[in-house]
Write a protein that binds this ligand. Sequence first.
Ligand code: ADP
Ligand code: MG
Length: 472
Amino acid sequence: MNTQALQADDPKEYAPELTQETAKAWDSVKDQLKLELGDATYSSWIAPIKLLGLLNNQLCIAVSTRFLRDWIVTHYQQRIFELFQKSSTSTTEVVVLIQADSHTPMQASNENHEEGLQGSTLAKSIDDVETELDVSLDKRFTFDNFVIGKSNELAYAAARRVAEQENVSFNPLFLYGGVGLGKTHLMHAIAWHIITNQPWRKILYLSAEKFMYRFIQALRRKDTMAFKEQFRSVDVLMIDDVQFIAGKDSTQEEFFHTFNALVDQNRQVIISADKSPSDLEGMEDRLKSRLGWGLVADIHPTNYELRLGILQSKSEKFKVSIDDRVLEFLAHKITSNIRELEGALNRLAAHASLVSREIDIEMTRDVLQDLIRANDRHLTIEDIQKSVAEHYNIRISDLHSVRRSRSIARPRQVAMYLAKQLTERSFPEIGRKFGGRDHTTVLHAVRKVEELCEEDKEFADDLDILKKSLQV
Ligand code: ADP
Ligand code: MG
């Protein structure tokens, strides 16, 4: 495409001619693009384009920054040309110029921002956040310090892969799981690894919350272009806790564009969230679907072995020695998440060094009373059904179904029995949770299982294992 003739930053020199006809043709191009691109993309990129007119059979349009110009040239110039030619056949090309006073999209949409530029509290917090924008990575959050178990091995392997490979293998990497299970730890570990081994790659790590604050700040200062350029110039972008921007439409929109721009340029994007992409409520569908395009790795709740492993690894770093039995006790009792587990251990160690006494189970019970109580698990019928289904390798839905084959009916009876034993629910309540069965069915199930336990030692032992697994 011959754009030489008009490569100047001041289009006025060239004085393109703007007739009504051209304006009409341009309007229909815009209408068509709106249909093709959707409202959001349209208002970000097409709406701010200023029509200058025709000059030497070239359609001249202008935008406010070089960044916008480049973007439009690479993404939309060809399509604009095709569409414009339909009504103006003699046009030979489209020229995109930079004209400083053209409106930029984000400034234009700035006025109706629900994320709120209004309100002094937010304004204040934006400034507060600014001072701490340089996110420092936690030194302890490395791969070496990450204890691997069944619940996090996939996330760990994926994180490792992304950190080690220079070419992008899956994009984005999406890590999700409940609080305190190691998402941030893994993200920092990736960052540390890249900083150490590929120092030339430019990494940006920040929480989705900070992303939003920076965006709002850029809007306030009317320099969204600098904001965009900053984010689009990194090799690796990591956004932690992306669920934060659910329901925040403009930030989401901006994030979506940033995300797409980076993925299009084959830059690595790493995201964490508390839920899977499809379960993120308040997130736009197109964003949800894009977030799931790469590799989605979940971190499950911990199991006993992992908790014990983590406690052992962490307690090695303490000066006071902690008896294995105490660690086992903690691994049994503090099941919520790893952050609490660490907290418990720290508290215990602090207490021990104060009273300079060996830590035993009694002291542990005493010092961690509140934590232990909070972690007392309230087992639900759903938990029981899930474990029973897993144990017997059937589907949870089989437990609700009317199927009577032994391979289904027996586990169903076991689940009813355990529900009666391990929860406070009544017979009718339990019946309802099993596909709306009558309370007499539950009663019968309980008797049947009791009988079987008497007759069949193997069955009894198996049931015992199942029961124990539910009580940890
Ligand atoms: P999340 O971001 O998922 O809420 P974090 O990454 O902040 O959780 O983890 C909470 C705490 O637990 C951190 O101190 C972290 O180092 C620790 N932690 C989590 N998972 C592990 C693990 N597998 N091995 C060692 N420490 C872990
Ligand atoms: Mg986190």
